[in-house]
Write a protein that binds this ligand. Structure first.
Ligand code: C5P
Length: 239
């Protein structure tokens, strides 16, 4: 199954709401993201449910702990059969290597290892906040670039970053480096708490491998139509 480049963030409080949302898509195979809210409420069974329903799953738990703890957690999470998973780049290269080791060891035989990416800077972080609270004078784009190089050095597959940073990272780190970009807002959509945003078309022009879209789809009056419009905008954007 080829994976859609559009990942829908299932930011719902429980499985009932997920089922009612996905029911609108009438069995279409989607690429969905399970974040902290849903995973902490429902646990691993939500992933099993989504995989059995034929969806690709990005498990967005942003692990950040000592290397051995992240290794053990990843070993367990790999057994769930997720397609994409992440850690926080701030955990450092030893932690990221531990994550990869856990994923390799925990992937059931005959299955492929989940892609592993690292969060660089949250798309809700502004340049001002990075300077005030991030203990660095580096420009945000330079900070993200430094982090991405460490992510690559640790052997991960790519990063979560802003769509505005994707193109530069592919130039610096390599064109096969996966960039997964949240902070997507179709023209005219409510920005909410996101700061470094782009439209689906701009994200594609900036070479995002995958875009993550939450509220513009989940809170739309007609989520299927909102999804299809984003899909159309993506497909019609020629590089
Ligand atoms: O609703 P919205 O489109 O803003 O949702 C974006 C999703 O991507 C949320 O689930 C959020 O947790 C996630 N995310 C993000 N920025 C990151 C990493 C993940 O917005 N750097």
């Amino acid at each position: 199954m080829t994976k859609s480049p559009i990942i829908i963030a299932l930011d719902f409080p429980n499985l009932d709401e997920v089922q009612s949302f996905l029911g609108k898509f009438k069995g279409e195979s989607l690429f969905v993201k399970v974040g902290m809210e849903l995973f902490y409420a429902e646990g691993p069974k939500v992933v099993t449910y989504l995989k059995e329903a034929g969806h690709s799953v990005f498990l967005d738990l942003k692990l950040h702990d000592i290397p051995n703890t992240v290794y053990s957690a990843m070993k367990r999470l790999a057994s769930l059969g997720v397609d994409l998973i992440n850690v926080h780049a701030y955990g450092g290269t030893a932690m990221m290597r531990g994550a990869m080791e856990g994923l390799i060891e925990g992937t059931p035989s005959g299955k492929s290892r989940p892609l592993c990416i690292a969060v660089t800077q949250l798309t809700s972080t502004s340049e001002e906040q990075l300077h005030l609270e991030g203990f660095t004078d580096l420009a945000l784009a330079d900070m993200v670039e430094k982090q991405a190089l460490l992510v690559k050095e640790a052997g991960l597959d790519g990063v979560v970053c802003s769509p505005l940073e994707s193109k530069r990272l592919k130039e610096v780190v390599g064109s096969d480096f996966v960039t997964v970009t949240p902070g997507i807002r179709p023209a005219g959509a409510d920005i909410g708490d996101q700061k470094r945003i782009a439209t689906p078309a701009d994200a594609k022009r900036n070479q995002s491998s995958y875009i993550v879209v939450g509220r513009p789809i989940t809170r739309a009056e007609n989520p299927v139509l909102a999804y299809e419009q984003i899909q159309k905008e993506w497909e019609e954007t020629i590089l």
